[in-house]
Design a protein around this ligand. Structure first.
Ligand SMILES: [Zn+2]
Ligand SMILES: [Zn+2]
Length: 337
């Protein structure tokens, strides 16, 4: 089989490998699609994701496919099942796993980060992180279940969501578009999104039924909001996120900044407005809601998967020889249905 192996910093090699054999509690999956995201970009450039990737490793933590074989202890899956994998594997025995804060697991491992993922024709995963998907969800859509589930996690840690609340999404990238749909699905109707291009914002306003859109290259963000989702990760956008808040507002830092990055905030306002500023990392217990949202059409993802490429093109996209804007998915075997 073909495996795209990250062999070092900014280095990938297509290798011919044997199809892996699933261990007793593992599922062997034939990859249909794999998504590329900011985490892959970081890992390719030698930076950590939610965990460190040590080459040689096959990336591809966002993936979908069809079960090809199962280990001898696996009873939940059989050959032919259409599946997606929640890449994050929690150890189950550290302090944070024991107290329910799984995303802070001290021994986090992840498919496509610490063990081989979907950028190869076949990969294995423990049966505990494999999810069967309903017919209504295409395998192409299913390869974006991980990013959707990270947004669902933000919704899970958001408190006391009420229909009267207003929301501001800073950024209009792939995750921002998912957040617009997630907020609606959870009952928020008054949604403002910021971006930098009038034409894109006009399209997004129509498609995503946004109340307002703001081009921040030309205008200030108007007003204050009850929920703010920062989906860029730059100091200036993080500062804006905390600033544009109503009394009692909740601010979610979703965009990933550089380690060591700081921004300034008015600490008196945090006190006076009783603000909550929360980080949102990865996606514990969020795949079932993700399936429900995709199956019912409450969240649509295929219109926002901007680029579809082949396995051979991945390195050029990651090293920016072929720069791409918007979400990129890799059609490893698009013939799988
Ligand atoms: Zn990702
Ligand atoms: Zn743990």
């Amino acid at each position: 089989m073909k495996a795209l192996v990250m062999t070092g910093k900014q280095e990938m090699k297509m290798e011919e490998r044997d199809i892996p054999t699933p261990k007793d509690n593992e599922v062997l999956i034939e990859t249909a699609y794999a998504g590329i995201c900011g985490t892959d970009d970081a890992l390719f450039n030698g930076l950590p994701g939610s965990a460190d990737a040590v080459p040689p490793i096959v990336l591809g933590h966002e993936n979908s496919g069809v079960v090809k074989a199962v280990g001898k202890n696996v009873t939940e899956f059989k050959e032919g099942d259409r599946v997606s994998v929640d890449p994050n594997i929690y150890c189950g025995h550290c302090f944070y796993c024991h107290t329910g804060l799984f995303e802070e697991c001290e021994n986090l491992s992840a498919v496509g980060v610490t063990r081989d993922g979907g950028l190869e024709q076949y990969f294995t995963a423990p049966d505990t992180v494999v999810y069967r998907i309903p017919d209504a969800i295409s395998l192409k859509a299913a390869c974006s279940m991980e990013p959707i589930s990270c947004g669902v996690h933000t919704m899970h840690i958001m408190e006391n969501i009420q229909p009267h609340m207003s929301a501001l999404i800073i950024g209009d990238g792939f995750m921002a578009k998912l957040f617009a749909q997630l907020l609606r699905a959870y009952g928020i109707r008054n949604i403002t999104m910021t971006g930098r291009h009038d034409d894109l914002l006009a399209k997004e306003q129509k498609e995503l039924k946004l109340t307002h859109v703001v081009n921040t290259t030309k205008e200030e963000i108007p007003g204050d909001y009850d929920i703010v989702i920062e989906a860029v990760g730059k100091p200036e956008t993080q500062e804006a996120a905390v600033k544009h808040t109503n009394n009692g507002a909740q601010v979610f830092m979703f965009g990933v900044g550089e380690p060591g990055q700081t921004f300034s905030m008015n600490t008196y306002e945090i006190f006076k407005k009783q603000l909550t500023v929360k980080g949102s990392m990865i996606n514990p217990n969020s795949f079932e809601d993700t399936i429900a949202l995709l199956e019912t059409g409450a969240v649509e993802v295929e219109p926002y998967q901007a680029n579809t490429i082949s396995l051979d093109q991945v390195e050029d996209v990651l090293n920016k020889t072929t720069p791409m804007t918007g979400k990129t998915v890799v059609a490893v075997n698009p013939n799988l249905k």
